[in-house]
Design a protein around this ligand. Structure first.
Ligand SMILES: [Fe+2]
Length: 133
């Protein structure tokens, strides 16, 4: 887990302040968990930190869906399907975690990869739609 650091990049910004702030905080949460792992925190502490991230992602998706709803975004049903698929996979991975801090790395890498794709493939389109409307 050493040298593992997720950094916010301005290239992630979609130009919608509310969403960009949430995405930035999402990056912070990765680093908070990384710090807890490096500090030698136990299984229960790490499980609660991961669960907090899950609830934060849940909140974030709800926030995006409200924005889409309010602005009449046509791609909303696809986005909701994608959000649900991600939350289901996140839940599956949390419940199959063996409690070993080292085995959190693949889970966090999966989350971060998904996060980057989520912004590039989905959220950029919402940003462009909101600028037009
Ligand atoms: Fe997002």
């Amino acid at each position: 887990m050493k040298d593992w650091n997720m950094r916010w990049s301005d290239s992630f910004a979609i130009g919608v302040e509310r969403i960009d702030h949430q995405h930035q905080y999402f990056v912070n949460m990765f680093n908070i968990i990384r710090d807890k792992i490096e500090a030698g925190c136990g299984t229960e502490t790490l499980r609660h930190a991961i669960q907090e991230m899950y609830y934060y992602v849940f909140f974030h998706f709800y926030s995006e869906e409200n924005l889409m709803r309010e602005s009449g975004y046509r791609g909303m049903a696809d986005q909701q399907r994608s959000h649900k698929g991600f939350l289901d996979e996140f839940t599956r991975r949390i419940s199959s975690w063996d409690g070993n801090p080292a085995s959190l790395q693949p889970l966090l890498e999966y989350l971060f990869r998904w996060f980057i794709n989520h912004i590039a493939d989905d959220d950029v389109a919402i940003g462009a739609h909101l600028k037009r409307s």
